[in-house]
Ligand binder design. Sequence first.
Ligand code: G
Ligand code: G
Ligand code: MN
Ligand code: NA
Length: 254
Amino acid sequence: LALENELHGALERKEIVVYYQPIINLQTGKMTAVEALVRWQHPIRGLISPTEFIPIAEANGLIEKIGEWVLRTACIQNRAWQLAGLPPMRMSVNLSARQFEQANLVELIHQIMQESGLQPSYLELEVTESFLMTDINHSTKILKQLRELGVWLALDDFGTGYSSLNYLKRFPVNMLKIDRSFVQDIASNPDSAAVTDAIIALAKSLQLKITAEGIEDQQQRHYLQQRGCHEGQGYYFGVPVPAEKITELLQQKQ
Ligand code: G
Ligand code: G
Ligand code: MN
Ligand code: NA
């Protein structure tokens, strides 16, 4: 309860911050995107993970405000990198179920695009299957409207939810993110390797781009690259870091 009370003023006290994790094109090795990952820089407890405070924010409704702030911050940051002449990248932002139910979500995202000057093709929104499944008709409608704006849509944590292949073709998404639980033991567990291969094959036949999450070593990277997975993300390439660190990385690579 203490944590919940403190969360109320956290945005105003500027304790909520966004970290960014590199996403790499596995063929070229270049950074093609970053994922925005929110953190709470608590004055006493230190850095608090979103797995701790997002559920609280979802329950008390604060998620709408926090989610909007993360979207705006991430889009402004991406535009700032572009204006500084750095190689353009997609910015990937996680949406929560509650934001998806928000009446003005599509309008809000349109407005943030205008405000930040970021082209929609440089924004990617990550949604999870499980929350899309709670109201399939509503989800499909919102996803269509978002696609019409021109943003990318990714199914996050793919393989862990209902895996309702029947709906996969109905949801107008353009990317799948293979959950890190499969990537983790790709080399040691034939079942994980088989599931990963099947997800990649499925993505290809549906013409979806595919990102593997949680790549931690060269062996996993190599496996996924060989299988034709487009992009990878994980500690092997870099942990989530503040914006300045990404700026340094981009400048070094130029
Ligand atoms: O950053 P970390 O790796 O600890 O993320 C933990 C979880 O929190 C992940 O499931 C991630 O999708 C989620 N998460 C991180 N940032 C955001 C955010 O801005 N909004 C929402 N809804 N979830 C987030
Ligand atoms: O649910 P989502 O995919 O958005 O969550 C991303 C989460 O995965 C974040 O908490 C991020 O910090 C974490 N993460 C990113 N790369 C790795 C990795 O290589 N290994 C592990 N264990 N976690 C990772
Ligand atoms: Mn994600
Ligand atoms: Na994920």
